[in-house]
Design a protein around this ligand. Structure first.
Ligand code: Z5A
Length: 217
């Protein structure tokens, strides 16, 4: 694993819409900084100037005709830049990278949701990442109906949020399947609870797996 060649840690929050990733990543960022870690908070698609421009295209509801292949390749175009400009340098300098989504989202949304299949996503993953994988993926698990209900209540709906319920059900199932296949690399947290409770569950799981109070690098 590439992890052996850097001194940082790579943590990713994943989950379907409305699972509370953004809420929880901000809390986790504050907690980890308080424990003395150097944190690089970032997100996908995005995290670089190019990535944020691509994010604008990917989520634009006025581009309804984007085909699944274009969507997948644009996600990975943004990711390639993110790896080059942000993720690898931060890990090499000993920072903890905390990312709101990464490649698991491509397996869930494009591989399963759009039906492109895991093999195509895995090809791109292996080309662009080599053996770099997150140290831990925190999967906020919630029923698609509840998550979408939260996202709709918030008001704005992006291009992907216009998909039907079964699209998000496929994405959720793919996330859970990946977590079941590699339980040492995934922390699955029931996100259907109040935000304080979810934050506590995340910290408990993290403490069991990573030494929070001992900055590295
Ligand atoms: N995507 C993809 O398809 N392929 C890829 O490879 C990648 C991404 C990387 C943008 O992602 C889109 O990109 C996304 C997947 C796709 N699909 N869409 N659409 P994003 O992560 O930026 O956007 P999102 O998934 O739509 O996030 P979100 O809707 O902002 O949800 P969230 O970050 O998980 O939740 P939140 O913003 O923290 O909370 C949502 C609302 O729920 C808000 O009003 C909160 O106050 C409320 N909330 C939060 N936690 C709770 C709890 N515990 N109880 C009750 N209410 C809560």
């Amino acid at each position: 694993m590439e992890r052996a060649r850097h001194s940082g840690r790579f943590l990713v929050l994943e989950g379907i819409e409305g699972s509370g990733k953004t809420t929880q990543i901000e809390r986790l960022d504050a907690t980890l900084r308080g424990a003395g870690q150097r944190i690089r908070l970032t997100r996908e698609p995005g995290g670089t100037a190019l990535g944020e421009r691509l994010r604008g295209l990917l989520l634009d509801p006025d581009l309804p005709g984007m085909c699944p292949e274009s969507e997948l390749l644009l996600m990975f175009a943004a990711r390639a830049q993110h790896l080059q400009e942000v993720i690898r340098p931060a890990l090499q300098s000993g920072e903890w990278v905390l990312s709101d989504r990464f490649t698991d989202a491509s397996f869930a949304y494009q591989g399963a949701g759009r039906g492109l299949g895991a093999a195509r996503v895995a090809q791109l993953e292996s080309w662009l990442q080599g053996d770099l994988r997150p140290d831990l993926v925190i999967l906020l698990d919630i029923e698609a109906e509840i998550g979408l209900g939260r996202a709709v209540q918030r008001g704005r709906r992006d291009r992907i949020e216009h998909e039907a319920l079964d699209f998000f059900e496929r994405a959720r199932a793919a996330y859970l399947e990946r977590a079941a296949q590699a339980p040492d690399r995934y922390l699955v947290v029931d996100a259907n609870a109040d935000p304080d409770c979810v934050a506590e569950r995340i910290l408990e799981g993290l403490r069991e797996r990573l030494p929070l109070a001992a900055p590295r690098g």
